[in-house]
Structures are given as C-alpha cells and as structure tokens.
Unconditional design. Structure first.
Length: 235
C-alpha cells in the first residue's frame, strides 16, 4: 500500500514538472531573443510597433483606441476630433511624423461618405505632404498638396490651454500651401503653383466643360497672361 501511494505522489510531482517545463517552453517561444512566431490571422483593436528600447515607431488602431498627439513617447494631446481608424507613423524619437486614416459609410438616408488621408509631417510640426480623397454625396474630390510649415514647434501650441490657441496661432508665422494638384468638386482638374506667401501664381486647369487654360498671375491675384486668351482680350 505504501508503495502505491509513493508511486502516486511521484506521478503527481512528475506531471507537475512536465507542466512547468511545457509552460516555460511556450513562453520562451514568444519572448526568447531571436525567436519569432507565425500566425495565419490576428484580431486586435490596436497594435504598437516599438524599437528594442521601447521607442514607439507605429500604431495601427481601430477608431476606439486611436491615439492622440504623441511627442517623444508621451501623449500630449488627446485629439478627440480624430474619429478614424488607420495608422500613425513616429520618428526616431517617438514623435508623430505622419499617418494614414480612412473610413466611409452610408447613412440612414442613403447618403454616402468616404475618405482617405495619407500625410507626412515636418519635424515637430504638422503636415507638409498630404494625399486626400473624399466623397460626400455627389461632392467628390481628390488632391495632393505640398505645404510650407513655420519653424515654431507644435509643442509650444499644445502646451497652452486650448482657449489660448487662437491668439498663439494669430501671433506666429502661418503655414502656406505651395502646390495643389486635384480633381475638384465641380469635376474640373487643376494644378496650382503658389509663392512663399501661398498666393497662386501659375494655374493649369481643365475646366468642368473640358476646356483647358493656363494662367499666370501677379502677387495681387490679377491674371497677367492667359493661354488661350480670355474672350474679348487680345493675345
């Protein structure tokens, strides 16, 4: 009888040891240095891509878990007006420097909306290159824009109470769009080149009626040359 109980205790201990060894082996498969895991499918609300030292490099997220403005691995502004899913890119310091968002739906009245936005930021500033596509009912637009951003860091703005933002922006140099290439809401297509103050100087357009035009403008916005000439003018 004694040998029976002794053997039973041995089996319990043995099975316990096997369980621990198996658990450690499985854990090491996911956490061990140089190891990797392969999955056919992953379901997640948010995935953070980080460097070995923990520096954030990319966030892929649904709408509910989408991050605010992150500077050097710290969220400095909740950005509650972000109502999209997508991904945010971060530079070597863990600071946001671009992203991709997208969405679309049909409402209860059958009205369709759809959008996509890809952008890249200046260091510690906002977007300098954007690609956008949007649809709101019959209003459809697609555009690529290039923007000059000022030298002041966006953290200077975000460190202030929100009720002071308007005064701050008005008292600091402003961004200026330099190039716009787009399919416009009226179905025209245009390329607009602007000066350093954001004033259109060259416009190449194919109007909604299919007629092409090339315009050269002065700093006040006056057309100084046009091809073909406007009706009633001489070349």
């Amino acid at each position: 009888m004694k040998s029976f109980f002794t053997s039973q205790r041995f089996l319990v201990v043995y099975s316990g040891v096997l369980t621990v060894v198996f658990s450690v082996t499985v854990l090491c498969a996911f956490t061990g240095s140089g190891r990797s895991a392969s999955f056919d499918e992953i379901t997640a609300h948010r995935i953070d891509i980080v460097e070995p030292d923990g520096t954030l490099r990319m966030v892929i997220s649904d709408q509910a878990r989408f991050p605010g403005v992150i500077v050097k691995n710290k969220e400095v502004y909740a950005h509650k007006d972000r109502v999209a899913a997508g991904m945010i890119f971060f530079n070597d310091e863990g600071t946001e420097n671009g992203g991709l968002i997208f969405g679309g739906k049909k409402d209860a009245n059958g009205e369709v909306s759809s959008y996509g936005h890809l952008s890249f930021d200046r260091y510690l500033q906002d977007q300098v290159l954007t690609e956008d596509a949007s649809e709101e009912g019959a209003n459809r637009q697609v555009a690529i824009d290039f923007v000059d951003r000022p030298d002041w860091p966006v953290t200077d703005l975000l460190s202030l109470p929100q009720n002071q933002w308007k005064n701050f922006v008005e008292s600091h140099p402003q961004p200026h769009q330099r190039i716009h290439l787009g399919r416009n809401a009226d179905t025209s297509a245009s390329l607009v080149l602007k000066d350093q103050d954001g004033r259109p100087r060259i416009v190449i357009e194919v109007a909604a009626d299919g007629n092409p035009v090339l315009k050269l403008l002065d700093a006040s916005g006056k057309v100084v040359s046009q091809l073909p000439p406007a009706p009633g003018t001489t070349p």
